[in-house]
Design a binder for this molecule. Structure first.
Ligand code: PBG
Length: 324
C-alpha cells in the first residue's frame, strides 16, 4: 500500500544533526587563499574604498597582517603589489628589489610555513596598465612570454611557493615552466589562471592595484564572458603546458564553467571570488539589505559545491572567523 507522497524529502531536513550528517559540501578554513596588496613606504595602510576591510599595506604593516592570517588558520596568501614606478616594460616586476619580492621575504621571515602564491602578470607594473608589452599598438604575446618567465623566476628566487600566471598570453605556462626548470625550481607548482574572463567584476581590483588599462581594454587577451567551450580548451592547453592547478575566474557568475571543468579534468582547481563580487556583498551589507555573513558563506559554499577545491577570496579572514 503506497501512500502519497511516497518519498518525503523533508524527513531528512527536520533534525539539524541529520542535516549535518547528510551535508554534501563543507567549506573550511583550509580551502581559502587570502589576497593581500602590498606597497612601498612605511606605516601605509590605505583603505581600498570599493573593498571595505581591504588595505594597501606597506611591508612593516604586512607583518601584523600575516600574524593575523596565521592566527585565523589561513595557510595561503596571494600577493599583489604597487610598484614604486611603472614603465612600458613593467621592470619592477622582475627586479629582486621589486615590491613583490620584498614582500615574499618579509612573509617568509614572519611565517615560514605560510604558502606564498604570486601573481605573474605585468598589469600592475606597466604604465599603460596592460598585462604584457606593447608592440605596434597591441599587446605582443611572444615578447611578453619572456618577461613573464623572468618575473616567475624572480619571485621563486625570493621564496615564492607557487606562481600564478594571469596574463592570458598563449604559451605562458610552458614558458614559465621552462624558466623555472632551468633555474632549479622544477618542484615549484604553477597555478594557472586558465579560464580568465574579460570581466567587469575586476573593477574594484583595478582601483586597489592601480592597474586599469590606459587605452583599450583586455578583451584582446582575456576570454569572452559568453564562452564556455573555449574555457575547456584554455584549461586543456594549460594542463598540456604543465599547469599543476587550474583556475576559473571570476567565480560567482561562472559556476557553470567551474562545474564543467570539474567534470572534464581531474586537476586541482581554484576559483577566484573576485573584487567585484566582494564589493557587491559589502555594499549591500552596509546598507543592511542583505545578511552579509550568511550570504558570504552561501557564496563560498556554492563555489565549492560547483567543484572548486580552493577559493581565493577577500572574504577569507571574516569567513575563517565565522567558521571557527
Ligand atoms: C591581473 C589580475 C587581475 C585580477 C587578478 N589578477 C586584474 C585584471 O585582470 O584586470 C583581478 C582580481 C579581482 O578582481 O579580484 N594581474
Amino acid at each position: 500500500m503506497s501512500r502519497f507522497p511516497q518519498v518525503r524529502m523533508r524527513r531528512m531536513r527536520e533534525a539539524s544533526v541529520l542535516r549535518s550528517l547528510a551535508q554534501e559540501t563543507r567549506i573550511s578554513i583550509s580551502d581559502f587563499i587570502y589576497p593581500i596588496f602590498v606597497t612601498h613606504g612605511r606605516g601605509v595602510r590605505n583603505p581600498i574604498d570599493p573593498m571595505p576591510g581591504m588595505y594597501q599595506l606597506s611591508l612593516d604593516n604586512l607583518i601584523p597582517e600575516i600574524d593575523e592570517v596565521v592566527s585565523l588558520g589561513i595557510g595561503a596568501v596571494l600577493l599583489f603589489g604597487l610598484p614604486a614606478s611603472k614603465d612600458a616594460e613593467g621592470t619592477e616586476a622582475y627586479e629582486p628589489s621589486g615590491i613583490i619580492q620584498e614582500a615574499i621575504r618579509v612573509i617568509k621571515q614572519t611565517a615560514p610555513d605560510m604558502l606564498v602564491i604570486t601573481d605573474v602578470c605585468l598589469d600592475e607594473f606597466t604604465d599603460h596598465g596592460h598585462c604584457g608589452v606593447i608592440r605596434n599598438g597591441r599587446v605582443d604575446n611572444d615578447a611578453t612570454l619572456e618577461l613573464l618567465s623572468r618575473m616567475a623566476v624572480c619571485q621563486a628566487e625570493a621564496g615564492a611557493d607557487v606562481v600564478a600566471p594571469s596574463a592570458m598570453m598563449d604559451g605562458q605556462v610552458a614558458s614559465i615552466r621552462t624558466g623555472l626548470d632551468s633555474t632549479g625550481f622544477e618542484n615549484l607548482p604553477i597555478m594557472a589562471y586558465s579560464a580568465k574572463y574579460a570581466s567587469s567584476f575586476y573593477g574594484p581590483f583595478r582601483v586597489a592595484a592601480d592597474s586599469a588599462p590606459q587605452f583599450g581594454d583586455r578583451r584582446g587577451y582575456q576570454m569572452d564572458i559568453a564562452n564556455s567551450r573555449e574555457a575547456m580548451r584554455e584549461i586543456q592547453m594549460d594542463i598540456d603546458e604543465g599547469a599543476d592547478i587550474i583556475m576559473v575566474k571570476p567565480a560567482l557568475s561562472y559556476l557553470d564553467v567551474i562545474s564543467r571543468a570539474r567534470e572534464a579534468f581531474g586537476y586541482p582547481m581554484a576559483a577566484y571570488n573576485v573584487s567585484g563580487e566582494y564589493a557587491m556583498v559589502k555594499a549591500a551589507t552596509e546598507n543592511e539589505w542583505i545578511d552579509g555573513q550568511r550570504i558570504t558563506l552561501e557564496i563560498l559554499t556554492s563555489i565549492k559545491r560547483a567543484g572548486a577545491d580552493m577559493i581565493i577570496s577577500y572574504h577569507a579572514k571574516e569567513a575563517a572567523r565565522w567558521l571557527s
